[in-house]
Design a protein around this ligand. Structure first.
Ligand SMILES: [Zn+2]
Ligand SMILES: [Zn+2]
Length: 136
């Protein structure tokens, strides 16, 4: 059994502990991830929801993603850090922002999603699997 994945927002008001292994690890270059990150992409680890323990109260913001799927972004009302994302169409999944981990070196991305939205100045590892949109 591996160590739990622990992390949270920058100020520590929101904390999570996740047991289990990530099922998807990606950079996403969609417009929404650009807007909310302030740069060219977001970086995510998606886990089965069942292993997630949450502490603290996040502020939620519901949006419709580039893919057309609704998702809920959770961020800290105090420090503003984006921490996690949930998906009403896939309630069994729970995605965290990779750098919210206490040890972000545990993030091992294997894919880039929404490369069709990517910018020339946002260069990602070309060895990763590239998806023009979100894989089904
Ligand atoms: Zn915070
Ligand atoms: Zn995205």
């Amino acid at each position: 059994m591996s160590d739990v994945y622990a992390g949270g927002c920058a100020c520590g008001a929101i904390r999570y502990e996740i047991s289990g292994e990530p099922i998807f690890q990606n950079h996403c270059q969609c417009l929404d991830c650009q807007h909310k990150s302030g740069t060219g992409h977001g970086s995510y680890m998606t886990f089965p929801r069942a292993g997630v323990k949450l502490n603290g109260k996040a502020t939620h913001w519901d949006i419709v993603a580039d893919s057309g799927n609704p998702k809920t972004r959770a961020f800290c009302p105090t420090c503003g850090s984006p921490v996690y994302i949930t998906f009403s169409a896939m309630p069994e999944n729970f995605a965290i922002h990779a750098a919210s981990l206490d040890d972000p070196s545990r993030f091992k991305p294997h894919a880039v999603t929404y490369t069709m939205r990517g910018h020339a100045w946002d260069t990602l590892n070309p060895a990763l699997t590239m998806f023009e949109k979100m894989p089904g």
